[in-house]
Each structure stands twice: as C-alpha cells, then as structure tokens.
Design a protein around this ligand. Structure first.
Ligand code: ADP
Ligand code: ASP
Ligand code: MG
Length: 425
C-alpha cells in the first residue's frame, strides 16, 4: 500500500463531467489499496473571474479580502469532488486550508506555507477516507484565509506530499507531461520522459507555467517523487506518457544521449525600465535598487552601460508589468535625489530563456542563441545568465518566432535528432 497525493488543475475539474472523470481516477488508486489525498484547483477561468471582481470593486483592495474572495473557487471544487466520490460509494470529505490546518505566512495573496498539521488528515486517510483538499489556500496566524500566489495548488500538493511523507505526488493537468517548450505554441515540442529538479526549477521560474516554481523548489528539498500527467483520456486505463522530475544523478546514470538544452520558456509578464543619465559614482545603483526593494518590487534582469563620458551611465532593468506604474511613481519622486535625467519604459517585451544542465560543460551555447536570433533579425534588449540558463529580452511581437527558431537550433523539434554531448564532441 502506498500513500499518494493526486493534484488536478483547473481544466481537469472544469465542470461536473470532468470532475466525474477525476473521481474515477481517484477510485482506481483507492481500489489499488492506496491511501489518497487529492488536491484540486478552482475550475479553469474561475480564479480570473474572482480576481476581476476584486479589481472592479476597488482599484486598491485589501489583500486579505482578496484572499477571502479568490480562495472560494477551490472550496467549490473540493466539495463537488467529495460529493461525487461519495455518490460512487467511496469514503471522502473536503478539507479547507484552515481545517487541516495548513499554516502560512500572513503575506496575503502571496503567502508561503510554514507547516502542515497532518494528524487529522492521516487519521482520516488511514480509515480509508479520501481527503479532498482545496488547493491554493492556507490560514495565517491571525486565523484568516490566505492564498499562495497564482498557480499555487501545485505548491499545496507538493507541500502536502512532503508533510504526509507520501510515496508520490502526481500532478494531473491538461498536457501529458513537461515538454521541451510550451506545446501550445510549438507544435513540434517534444515530451520529456524525465527532467531534473534543477532544470524544472529554472524552466518554471522563467515562465513554463506547467508547475509553480515554489512547488518544484519544495519537491527538490523534500526529494518528492513528482510526476506530471494528463488527466484526460480513459480514467480506467493508466495514464500514458508523463514526465518524472528526478535528481541529476538519476539522469546521468541512464541517459547517455542527454541533450545540451533541455527546454525553452518565455515570459511576457515583465516590463523594461531604463534610467538615462544616472551619475557614474559608487552608490548610485545601490540607491535605485534599495528604493525598489523597500517597496517590495521584484527586479529581474539588470544591465548597466559603460559610462563613455565618465560622468553618467544608463541603467536598464525589468520589473513585473503589474508593478510598473508603482515603479515609475517611486522613481519620479526620487529623481533629484538619485540625479538621473529621464526614465523610459517599455511593456511590449518578452523574456525568452534556454535551460539545460549540459550548458555547464559546453561553451558556445549562448553564441548559438544570439546567432539564431540575429539571423531572424530579432534584436536583444538585455541578457542574463545562470549556470544552466541564458535569458534574453526581446520585443514581444517576436516571441513565437524566437521560441520556434531556438527550438530548432538546439535540435529539440520532435522530428529531429537531439543535439547531444557526443555530437558536439
Ligand atoms: P493547471 O490548470 O492544470 O494547473 P496550467 O495551465 O497551470 O495547468 O499549466 C499547464 C499549461 O502549461 C499547459 O497547458 C501549457 O500550455 C503550459 N506550458 C508552458 N510551458 C510548458 C512546458 N514546457 N511543458 C508543458 N506545458 C507547458
Ligand atoms: N486557482 C488558482 C489559480 O488559478 C490556483 C491554481 O490553479 O493552482 O492561480
Ligand atoms: Mg497550474
């Protein structure tokens, strides 16, 4: 007997027919003798609808009340799935974050899980009852409902699997695994049988929304057996395909044909800001970013130009589009204090990233990226790198073209032989 956590995303629970399908998958696991906790998202589109209501209600809303509103989508689906499971003769009940409880920080709208009390849940599960847990939500120390940031049900599932010491955590979604890039924009994207925690973490953090970044970080720390599977298809048959998230050692031992680049992701959620004529003296850049940090602005890419006149320089950086007007306001107010000439913004940009552990041992990977984009006349506005990732900022009109061109350049197309380490050697 195994203890498992199954998570179903928004599209998988969009409507009663799909919830019945989910229930049959859960039933299969129960019949196989497993103890099961199921984490559900809100029906697809529901969280957007609820967020829309908050925005319409007032331009500046209290995040604690936002959480009260947006957490309701998951409550509906957990109750509905429990009703359907019971109607099929299974023992089941719904659990909300505060009932378990899942303790979180009080950073409403973007809380982090601090701990999960598993006592009541394990008691119920060991009596054969399926625990149907509302994803995305927890409870703060002051007893108020919190939410975990968009896509947070993945994190609920992994955190629960870690706390329950589950044998596996299966993330059921609307694609049958993790692909070399978003299969919705590149039809020749290839499904990966396995991907390392490190690569998945990078891919998620640069825009592959198939798993929330924090869920991967948690799984990596707890060494959770994490799989991404399709919830569609015949629930009476085992799901085919799927991607297993594994440690690097597991891949190295078995995958001789490992390609240099594992995946490509894109992110249109950031905007570019440039400060012109910043004084070229120690402390100027520190002053800019300290101001932004104090306002909880998440800065991503940063580029500082050489000061040709030895007096002033330009500083370019990216921030979340949602925070752009706040950032411009902060900068304008501090203009004379910092001493820059003017500020420019561009919110029609996209960050495209290539990720792969093979990059560590292969020079020239970034050059291939820059050349491939140059050949198509795509201009690069900013660059950042990490050990296993290169990101470029481009005009967002070229997003699909850039992703497709790079996918081909690194031999990732489904009908191509991968560009692997042997080929390069
Ligand atoms: P869920 O509602 O099940 O949580 P999401 O919409 O959050 O599902 O995530 C699944 C989506 O992630 C897919 O429909 C796909 O468009 C997108 N996606 C982006 N990058 C990738 C990738 N590399 N592999 C698979 N899916 C990806
Ligand atoms: N329903 C939430 C969202 O849309 C959480 C999730 O689906 O993971 O962001
Ligand atoms: Mg999701």
């Amino acid at each position: 007997m195994a203890r498992i956590v199954m998570k179903f995303g928004g599209t998988s629970v969009a409507g009663l027919e799909r919830i019945r399908n989910v229930a049959r998958r859960v039933q299969k696991e129960v019949e196989a003798g497993n103890e099961v906790a199921v984490v559900v998202s809100a029906m697809s589109g529901e969280t957007d609808r609820l967020v829309g209501f908050c925005r319409e209600a007032a331009p500046l809303y209290d995040p604690a009340e936002y959480d009260a509103v947006v957490s309701s989508g998951e409550q509906v689906t957990s109750g509905l799935l429990a009703i359907v499971l019971k109607s099929m003769g299974l023992k089941a009940r719904s659990w909300f974050g505060w009932q378990i409880p899942i303790h979180t920080t009080d950073a409403y709208a973007n809380s982090r899980i601090e701990s999960i009390d598993t006592e009541r849940l394990t008691k119920a599960m060991s009596s054969g009852e399926v625990a149907v847990v509302a994803g995305f939500q927890g409870v703060s120390d002051e007893g108020r409902v919190t939410t975990l940031g968009r896509g947070g049900s993945d994190t609920s599932a992994v955190a629960l699997a870690a706390a329950l010491e589950a044998d596996r955590c299966d993330i059921y979604t609307d694609v049958d695994g993790v692909y070399t890039t978003d299969p919705r924009i590149v039809s020749r994207a290839r499904r990966l049988d396995r991907v390392t925690y490190e690569e998945m973490l990078e891919l998620a953090s640069v825009g592959a929304k198939v798993l929330q970044t924090r869920s991967v970080g948690l799984a990596m720390k707890a060494r959770t057996r994490l799989r991404v599977l399709s919830s569609f298809g015949d629930p009476d048959l085992p799901p085919d395909g799927g991607t297993l998230i594994v440690s690097e050692d597991e891949i190295r031992e078995s995958d001789m044909e490992r390609q240099i680049i594992t995946g490509i992701a894109y992110d249109k959620s950031e905007a570019k800001v440039t400060l012109m004529g910043v004084p070229d003296k120690p402390g100027a850049v520190a002053q800019i970013f300290s101001l932004l940090a104090t306002a909880y602005i998440h800065v991503d890419m940063i580029v500082q130009n050489v000061a040709y006149d030895s007096h002033t320089t330009d500083v370019t950086f990216t921030v979340p589009k949602a925070q752009l007007s706040h950032v411009l306001d902060i900068l304008e107010k501090a203009k004379s204090e910092i001493g820059f000439d003017r500020v420019m913004k561009n919110d029609n940009v996209c960050k495209v990233s290539i990720v792969g552990v093979g990059m560590r041992s292969h020079p020239g990977v970034a050059a291939t990226m820059f050349n491939s984009l140059a050949d198509r006349g795509i201009n690069i506005l900013a660059i950042t790198t990490s050990e296993i990732k290169v990101s470029v900022l481009i005009d967002d009109a070229y997003t699909e073209l850039a992703v497709r061109v790079l996918h081909t350049a690194y031999g990732l197309d489904a009908d191509m032989r991968p560009v692997n380490e042997e080929a390069v050697a």
